[in-house]
Ligand binder design. Structure first.
Ligand SMILES: Cc1cc2nc3c(=O)[nH]c(=O)nc-3n(C[C@H](O)[C@H](O)[C@H](O)COP(=O)(O)O)c2cc1C
Length: 206
């Protein structure tokens, strides 16, 4: 509950790149959030199906907090206030999904610079293609993708009666625990290392 948290708690934002229902990636995101809940963190799970974002307009890239769409401003504000991120996506054509890329294109370096990002992907044979591509994109936003990524395949899940998937594979559950623990460690370390002066857009050199 919110009242149990303090201002020193880490703020962690989760963004899932699947709008499908039921979705394996959504179940994976929920499992990661559950693992994070064991720590002193406040999580924001931005569901792109429930809260879709318009197509990113580069006219607002220089100051996304001034975007005319309230939902975009809320998304950018949540990212700005976050100490760390979880980005999860299904494999789409050997990469991560377009809906997640569009969401990330609403952000600028200011929102991710020197913040750790946990990556999770879902696809055939536990493919790492989605997270591999995300790692490059995170670097472009000056974020720090942590080493412990999570990759799943269909057989790692079971379908619950309420028509939602749940992560079931023991090794994946252990990997999720490791990823959550690592994200928290990196978030504390990088929070103290971040300086406001480093958010200059002159650092946007690709
Ligand atoms: C447009 C599209 C492209 C896809 N491309 C790949 C792919 O390259 N590799 C793969 O393993 N699966 C691919 N898939 C299958 C998805 O990864 C699969 O449907 C997965 O379950 C989606 O995750 P979700 O249940 O979280 O939505 C593709 C699916 C779609 C809709």
């Amino acid at each position: 509950m919110m009242s149990e948290h303090t201002s020193s708690d880490l703020q962690i934002m989760l963004v899932c790149g699947s709008v499908r229902r039921p979705s394996h990636t959504r179940a994976l995101t929920a499992q990661i959030e559950q693992s994070l809940s064991r720590y002193a963190v406040v999580t924001t799970d931005w569901d792109l199906r429930e809260r879709p974002l318009p197509i990113a307009d580069p006219a607002h890239h220089d100051d996304p907090l001034l975007h005319p769409d309230q939902e975009v401003r809320d998304f950018v504000t949540a990212a700005t206030l976050s100490d760390a991120f979880v980005l999860a996506s299904p494999d789409y054509h050997n990469s991560f999904s377009g809906v997640l890329k569009n969401a990330l294109d609403h952000l600028a370096i200011e929102q991710l610079q020197y913040k750790p990002v946990a990556l999770a992907g879902h696809g055939g044979n536990r493919s790492s293609q989605a997270v591999d591509q995300l790692r490059i994109v995170v670097r472009g936003l000056h974020g720090v993708a942590i080493p412990a990524q999570v990759c799943t395949q269909v057989s790692d899940y079971r379908l619950l009666e309420r028509d939602a998937y749940q992560v079931y594979a023991e090794d994946v559950l252990h990997r999720i625990e490791r990823s959550a623990a690592e994200l928290v460690v990196f978030a504390y370390q990088l929070r103290s290392a971040r300086r406001p002066a480093t958010t200059s857009r002159t650092a946007d050199i690709g």
